[in-house]
Structure formats: C-alpha cells, structure tokens
Design a binder for this molecule. Structure first.
Ligand SMILES: *[C@@H]1O[C@H](CO)[C@@H](O)[C@H](O)[C@H]1NC(C)=O
Ligand SMILES: *[C@@H]1O[C@H](CO)[C@@H](O)[C@H](O)[C@H]1NC(C)=O
Ligand SMILES: *[C@@H]1O[C@H](CO)[C@@H](O)[C@H](O)[C@H]1NC(C)=O
Ligand SMILES: *[C@@H]1O[C@H](CO)[C@@H](O)[C@H](O)[C@H]1NC(C)=O
Ligand SMILES: *[C@@H]1O[C@H](CO)[C@@H](O)[C@H](O)[C@H]1NC(C)=O
Ligand SMILES: *[C@@H]1O[C@H](CO)[C@@H](O)[C@H](O)[C@H]1NC(C)=O
Length: 160
C-alpha cells in the first residue's frame, strides 16, 4: 500500500520533471503578445458566452483592453484572466498553457465543464487558479505537478 503510494508519487514527480525539461526551451525563448492573442482567441472559440463578454476579444481592440484580460505594467502580456460570474459555459482550451505570463485565472461561478487541461501546468508563473462553482471533472489533472512548478496555488473545485 505505502509502496504503491510511493511509486505513484514518484511517477508524478518524474512526469513533472519531464514536463519542465520539455518546456524550458520554449519557456525561455522569446514569446510575443501574438502568442497571447492566439491563445485567447482559441479559448474564446470553445466558450458559450450568452452575455457576449468576449465580444471585445476582436482584432480592432488591443488585447490588453479585452474584457476580463489584464496585462502587465511593463509588457503587453496577459497576467490575469478573470471571466468569473459571467454565465460562461464550455470547455477550457489547452491553449491556456501558452499564456506564459499568466498569474491569475479566475473562472469562478460559471458553467465550465470537461477536463481541466494539463497544459495549465505549463503556466509556470501561475499563482492563483480559481475554478469554484463550475462543472469541471478534471480526473486527469495533476495537482502535484502544479504545486511542484509554482510558488503558490489556490486550487478549489466545487462541482455544481
Ligand atoms: C470589437 O470590440 C469593441 C468593444 O466591444 C466593439 O465596440 C467593436 O464593435 C468590435 N469590433 C468588431 C469588428 O466586432
Ligand atoms: C502587441 O503589442 C504591441 C506593442 O505594444 C501593440 O502595438 C499591439 O497592438 C499588441 N497586439 C495586440 C493584438 O494587442
Ligand atoms: C474571483 O472572482 C470572484 C467572483 O467574481 C471574486 O469574488 C474574487 O475576488 C475573484 N478573485 C480573484 C483573485 O480575482
Ligand atoms: C454575479 O453577477 C450577478 C449578475 O450580474 C450579480 O448580481 C452578482 O452580484 C454577481 N456576484 C458576484 C459574487 O460578483
Ligand atoms: C499553443 O498551444 C496549442 C495547444 O496547446 C499548440 O497547439 C500551439 O502550437 C501552441 N503555440 C502557439 C504559438 O500558439
Ligand atoms: C454558482 O454560479 C451560478 C452562476 O453560474 C450562480 O447563480 C450561483 O449562485 C453560484 N452558486 C454559489 C453557491 O455561489
């Protein structure tokens, strides 16, 4: 029993470490806000957004002015995504893993479903992940890895 727990823990750590190695190259390489733009548009494409919250996510607006999107002070890169309490449904795109400057994801009080993409684990700067009051299943999620890769995680899922 203890042995199998140890093995599964070890397997998770190996998985985390290989993820870190695989991603370190692209992580340190230059990434433009074009990557952020493509990622947000991919996220939008998987949402049901009856209130049209993401209608400002269009090419005539700077992405730092898109609703729910916050950029850093020095760089036009996305640091927070807050779509909480917006009646949004749908699944979370794996492209979220390309928002490499993201610190906060707040999807609280919506109707997101499906699995939480493993790509969330690629967002090395992520500090706060709030998914409370959605319908995520997240069976294949690797919370151990998130803890290993980031300094601070508030991970809460309450299925509705
Ligand atoms: C882009 O979003 C802005 C703000 O919501 C809106 O005023 C504008 O009409 C939109 N443009 C297009 C092409 O949808
Ligand atoms: C990307 O950043 C540049 C430079 O700050 C800015 O001019 C451009 O509008 C940004 N692109 C988008 C899609 O926001
Ligand atoms: C997340 O969204 C909830 C609901 O809108 C809000 O109360 C909370 O302050 C937000 N937290 C962060 C860290 O953005
Ligand atoms: C959620 O949105 C509804 C409708 O816009 C509003 O009445 C309510 O106060 C919001 N709740 C939170 C926690 O922000
Ligand atoms: C972003 O993420 C997706 C899915 O995780 C991937 O297919 C794509 O190649 C990534 N890179 C860019 C630059 O969009
Ligand atoms: C969960 O979110 C829905 C909106 O999607 C809201 O109406 C409901 O009050 C929330 N439930 C709790 C317990 O906060």
């Amino acid at each position: 029993m203890v042995n199998s727990m140890f093995m599964s823990c070890l397997a998770s750590l190996v998985w985390c470490f290989s993820l870190l190695l695989l991603n370190s190259h692209s992580y340190f390489a230059y990434r433009s806000n074009e990557t952020d733009r493509l990622a947000l548009l991919a996220i939008k494409s998987q949402l049901q957004d009856p209130l049209g919250v993401t209608s400002s996510w269009n090419n005539s607006m700077n992405l730092c002015q898109w609703t729910g999107v916050t950029c850093g002070h020095r760089h036009p890169r996305v640091t927070a995504l807050d779509l909480s309490n917006r009646s949004i449904g749908g699944t979370l795109s794996p492209f979220v893993g390309n928002l490499s400057f993201l610190r906060v994801i707040n999807l609280t009080d919506n109707d997101f479903y499906g699995k939480i993409p493993n790509e969330v684990g690629r967002v090395l700067r992520l500090e706060i992940l709030l998914l409370t009051n959605n319908s995520f299943s997240g069976k294949k999620y690797h919370p151990i890895c998130l803890i290993a890769l980031t300094s601070l995680i508030f991970f809460c899922v309450r299925t509705s």
